[in-house]
Design a binder for this molecule. Sequence first.
Ligand code: FE2
Length: 258
Amino acid sequence: MQKVSVEQDYTMYNEEDHNTWLVMCKRQNKLKEATVCKAYLKGFHDLKLDITRIVRIDETSKLLESITGWTLTPVNGLIPTRDFFYMLINQVYPITISIRKPWEIDFSEQPDIFHDVCGHLPLLTNPDFVKFLNAYSIVALKYAGNDRAIEALGQLYWFTYEMGIIVEDGDFKAYGGAIITSEGESLNLQNNDVPKYPFDLGKIFRTPYNPFKLQKEYFYINSFNQLFNSLDTIEATLAEYLQSFEISKINITEKVSI
Ligand SMILES: [Fe+2]
């Protein structure tokens, strides 16, 4: 594995950067009590995340390690997929060091430290969620050479890790990082016109998504334990999906040849 970790030189951030962090955290704070799951809120508190200054990754990493044994490593944005999964298997989570510019507060195409920390990090304090992430990564790496399988597994990643919702006290709450850091997605949780389906691996494998638009559907779980336990059948469900794809390909070929 090539070296993808870098140093977080804290002097790289100027006051404008810290202010961007503060503005986004304050905006998120307004929404999050009502829209974000309890495990996230607890994790945010336990990690002592400071909304006024950009986090120091090494300090937060020590705290996280004392809770679930996971550690953080600073990186320069997106890293190769295989490296990412190797890290997750080894209970290391990459955090992008850069922060978006003030004009990107509403939307940034690239991950930044705000998305990685305020979107994903608090959930890494939840033992069941990190068990899921770890086990998922092992499967994802195993199928790394199979494009069709990786696409399906990417959809699972999207509808859980980024766009996952959980039922708490009868309400839909977000645990997916892309909902937690997006006002539009958060508002979708209360919108009854946007369907929310029970978590179903087979259905998720057949559901494509557009990362650049508000989502048209979501999948909900009832507990993080349910998410982890779903992996018991992941390879069987994936095999079934891949087989059905092959069968439909044969049918299309037959129709063409007629
Ligand atoms: Fe993300």
